[in-house]
Design a protein around this ligand. Structure first.
Ligand code: 6PG
Length: 214
């Protein structure tokens, strides 16, 4: 781990920050052997980590796997986050918690987030249609414009639900996303402060560990 980031005392960088390190972090949570609630991100970055976790000999019986968000498609649709996560970990004996619009969300032990090139996290987008609900809740959102890679309505944990956790791990790859995070953490770029990831990294909230790799 490297030191906390100036201006964001609750943010630190994992070193290394690659898929093996992320899998090790999730594995450490599972190995605690007590009831654990872990929210898994969607997108493509997790696929390497899910493949590593599926090969580990772990007791998942005390673990509830939730999703940070999902596209509103059937489980067998290639864009389904639930479909991808369940394909990798469905046979482990973990309990799966589905996203239901308006559902109150219990606190987590660990929330695993990815980030889009536009600074979105979960399915909280810089511009979107959303019905705001009080408390830590599952809300429906529609990104504006719809992302080409996943042009779907969404269900997502709202910010309060994402922050109701002991720790957030933010897993991102590539130079462009690193540059975006550096702008957000510097706190001097007004445009960057409008990104949803800024709400996660700045202000009040849990410890955030960023796992970054090329
Ligand atoms: C989703 C994710 C989303 C994702 C980012 C990054 O449903 O798409 O939850 O927030 O983490 O879009 O996606 P990649 O990992 O594919 O870059």
């Amino acid at each position: 781990m490297t030191d906390a980031t100036p201006g964001s005392p609750r943010v630190r960088w994992a070193d290394p920050g690659d898929a093996a390190a992320v899998a090790a972090r999730i594995e450490a949570e599972v190995r605690l052997g007590t009831p654990r609630r872990i929210a898994f991100t969607g997108g493509s970055t997790p696929l390497k980590v899910l493949a590593l976790l599926a090969t580990r000999d772990l007791d998942w019986s005390q673990v509830t796997i939730a999703l940070t968000d999902d596209r509103r498609v059937p489980d067998d649709h290639p864009a389904s986050n639930f479909g991808k996560i369940h394909a990798a970990l469905g046979a482990t004996g973990a309990r799966f918690e589905r996203l239901v619009e308006g559902m109150a969300v219990a606190p987590f032990d660990l929330v695993w987030l990815g980030m889009g090139d536009d600074g979105h996290v979960a399915s909280l987008f810089p511009t979107m249609q959303a019905l705001v609900r009080p408390g830590p809740t599952v809300i429906a959102t529609t990104p504006v414009p719809l992302p080409v890679e996943a042009p779907f309505d969404r269900l997502t944990l709202n910010e309060m639900a994402l922050k109701a956790t002991a720790e957030i791990i933010l897993v991102v790859t590539g130079a462009a996303k690193r540059a975006l995070l550096d702008r957000v953490l510097a706190g001097t770029d007004v445009a960057a402060l409008a990104y949803p990831v800024s709400d996660v990294l700045r202000g009040c909230g849990p410890q955030v560990t960023i796992y970054w790799s090329e």
